[in-house]
Design a protein around this ligand. Sequence first.
Ligand code: DGL
Length: 268
Amino acid sequence: MSSSLPIGIFDSGIGGLTVANAIRKILPNEQLIYFGDTVHMPYGDKSPEAVKFYSLKIAKFLLDKKCKVIVIACNTASAHAYHELVHFLGDQVPIINVIDPVVNLMVRKGNDKKIGVIGTKSTIRSDIYARKFKAANPKIEVSSLATPLLAPMIEEGFFNNNISKTVINSYLSSSKLKKINSLILACTHYPLIKDEISKFYNGSVNILNTAEIVAQHVEDRLRDLKLLNEGPGKRHQFFVSDYTPSFEKSTKLFFGEKINLTREAIWD
Ligand code: DGL
């Protein structure tokens, strides 16, 4: 496989652009091909079967684009579809989810007694973080809370204001998140409200920027596979299954700059 091939990244919508942004920052020579399944967003309210079905179809699309690695930039799809994708892709391309790099790093550091997790209803219902931590170190306690209002709130541009402060404070005051050492932002939308969450805890809780941890893992994995691109990469490409100007406008929030979205009708 050639190291100049692109990195494929997908999410239910444009939230996974936070992961794409973190990857492009540490791997500026890599070409990214991003797919946001805006037809089916939000995945957080869908059944595991539906999320598996969507994820397989998107993986086929990224495979057709000759991606050298596929990153599932969505916790919900990572929770429900990772194993199916590994099975489907076999040894064609490596696949990276957004959960294992975070769990492995925290277990390795060994600083935590009680970890809080916030994410979509579907991610929290899967109990994936608690199961993974328990398998790695049963002494770590994990307490998870579904925070379904946060992703739509962020997508509508409501952050760093009084409304977001009220919603965030209300969720984080839950008894489930009492006495945690660290909080995992288990949704790729949440890096945008990391500062507000930090303010709530006033430095007493370690808030994990999962996008940066995943980006670092992508770099390590590509290096191990000798697939890091040395020369300048080609232009990034951004596809969505449903296009609206408002999605395009919101890309700036997640990617740091406005980008052009191309509709790719994989569901027609
Ligand atoms: N980006 C998705 C995740 O990380 C959340 C948004 C959705 O529900 O589709 O879980």
